[in-house]
Design a protein around this ligand. Structure first.
Ligand SMILES: O=C[C@H](O)COP(=O)(O)O
Length: 253
């Protein structure tokens, strides 16, 4: 049985004081790690403080991006070595906003996934189609290509540890959610892709989240699907109350 992982992606929101207040309110209220994995992926300037604040609690801290190089002349970038040194556990890679707004390619995402494993960070790899691709029935092919490119060169054991977040781009921040059945169909396809690409063991182990306007009102139905193992949540993860409802739902599935 795969453990659900509920990750909040705060994106470029909050100031330090607000971030600290959030984790103070949530860190001892989230269920134990054996029931559900609870993660907040915060902006870089908050990571150090939030990791100190959450030490010894089930609430884990993730980053929203990183460079694939360990160090060097990459002005403005943050390396996996820096994240690991701070105590970061998870890193969101290849979010559609990174791909669309900052030109990240599948090759970049693949290099970042390898760098994450090298530094013992759990990658949350985002894939998903545009509205146009969905309307042209290209969803499955597009998502399949993204998954294969992101996982290229990983060992079977590494694939088992990856978290894949399926986020239809048209559902992000729009209030439009994929129906639970449609989301599950794509997640199930992703699991089959992993099976062909890697192994049945990897396909059984890999966690596949859904993301795109997940909120307390729809999370139960989404997490109740056979191939959805958690959620990557933007807007509804910004308030502790709402985030706690989401992780509570993960516990029940
Ligand atoms: O990473 C999170 C996703 O982009 C979903 O964002 P949203 O929950 O605000 O739609």
């Amino acid at each position: 049985m795969r453990k659900q992982v509920i990750a909040g992606n705060w994106k470029m929101n909050k100031v330090l004081n607000e971030a600290e207040q959030f984790v103070q309110a949530a860190k001892n209220e989230v269920p134990g790690e054996e029931q559900v994995e609870s993660v907040v992926c915060a902006p870089f300037p908050f990571l150090h403080s939030l990791i100190k604040e959450t030490e010894g609690t089930p609430l884990k801290v993730g980053a929203q991006n990183m460079h694939f190089e360990e160090s060097g002349a990459f002005t403005g970038e943050v390396s996996p070595v820096m994240l690991k040194d701070l105590g970061v556990s998870y890193v969101v890679l290849g979010h559609s906003e990174r791909r669309e707004l900052f030109g990240e390619t599948d090759e970049d995402v693949n290099k970042k996934v390898h760098a994450a494993f090298k530094h013992d960070l759990t990658p949350i790899v985002c894939v998903g189609e545009t509205l146009e691709q969905r309307e042209n029935n290209e969803t499955m092919n597009h998502v399949e290509a993204q998954v294969k490119k992101a996982l290229e060169g990983l060992s079977d054991e590494q694939v088992q540890q990856v978290i894949i977040a399926y986020e239809p781009i048209w559902a992000i921040g729009t209030g439009k959610t994929s129906s639970a059945e449609d989301a599950n169909e794509v997640c199930s396809h992703i699991r089959n892709v992993v099976k062909e690409f890697s192994s049945e063991t990897a396909a059984e182990a890999v966690r596949i989240q859904y993301g795109g306007s997940v909120k307390p009102a729809n999370v139960d139905e989404l997490l109740g699907q056979s191939d959805i193992d958690g959620a990557l949540v933007g807007g509804a993860s910004l308030e502790a109350d709402s985030f706690l409802k989401l992780v509570e739902a993960g516990k029940h599935e």
